[in-house]
Ligand binder design. Structure first.
Ligand SMILES: CC(C)(COP(=O)(O)OP(=O)(O)OC[C@H]1O[C@@H](n2cnc3c(N)ncnc32)[C@H](O)[C@@H]1OP(=O)(O)O)[C@@H](O)C(=O)NCCC(=O)NCCS
Length: 150
């Protein structure tokens, strides 16, 4: 699997990809946010593209220089027609490599309580549930905080 670092030229296509991948409009980042994340030095957006150049997977990671430096998996998504074939896990492992290269000791993610696929993927990749975030999302849904030692 080939991972490419997103550039600002990818923003329009990435925004379209998010509309297909994330059902809730509030989970689809506006183009200005995507642009900001792509140019920020404390964030990395990695993409997987098919042979025609179409985006089929994305992961966005953030570096957090807390007392214990910790990476945050800010967003991860795989095209609906190719889910459950390992791409989500591959994207997650790739962003964890970047966290380690940048001195991060831990990795974390916040996930909707009802997002079984995402919770299953993080758990399969060694993340453990370490916090409950009541009414965390705009629709009132609870969040679950996951952590992993890198
Ligand atoms: C979450 C997501 C990225 C997972 O990507 P993926 O490529 O399907 O993940 P993988 O193939 O690596 O799956 C790894 C494990 O996750 C779990 N899993 C994945 N999809 C699942 C599903 N639909 N139901 C239950 N468990 C699931 C399984 O344990 C799976 O292991 P298995 O294949 O051995 O059973 C993908 O479902 C997605 O893009 N969802 C929409 C966007 C989203 O919700 N993103 C996360 C919140 S930011």
């Amino acid at each position: 699997m080939k991972f490419v670092e997103a550039t600002v030229n990818d923003v329009p296509a990435l925004h379209e990809f998010e509309k297909k991948c994330f059902h809730r409009p509030e989970d689809q980042f506006p183009t200005r946010n995507l642009r900001h994340l792509i140019v920020s030095s404390t964030s990395l957006t990695l993409l997987v593209k098919d042979e025609s150049g179409k985006i089929i997977g994305e992961v966005i990671g953030l570096l957090r220089h807390f007392k214990i430096p910790s990476g945050r998996v800010y967003k991860i998504g795989v095209a609906p027609d190719i889910q459950q074939r390992g791409m989500g896990s591959a994207l997650l492992q790739k962003i964890e490599e970047w966290f380690v290269e940048n001195g991060m000791k831990k990795s974390c993610a916040e996930i909707r309580e009802n997002n079984k696929a995402s919770r299953g993927m993080f758990e399969k990749n060694g993340y453990t549930e370490e916090g409950f975030l009541p009414f965390y999302y705009a629709n009132g849904e609870n969040g679950i905080k996951y952590w992993k030692n890198l």
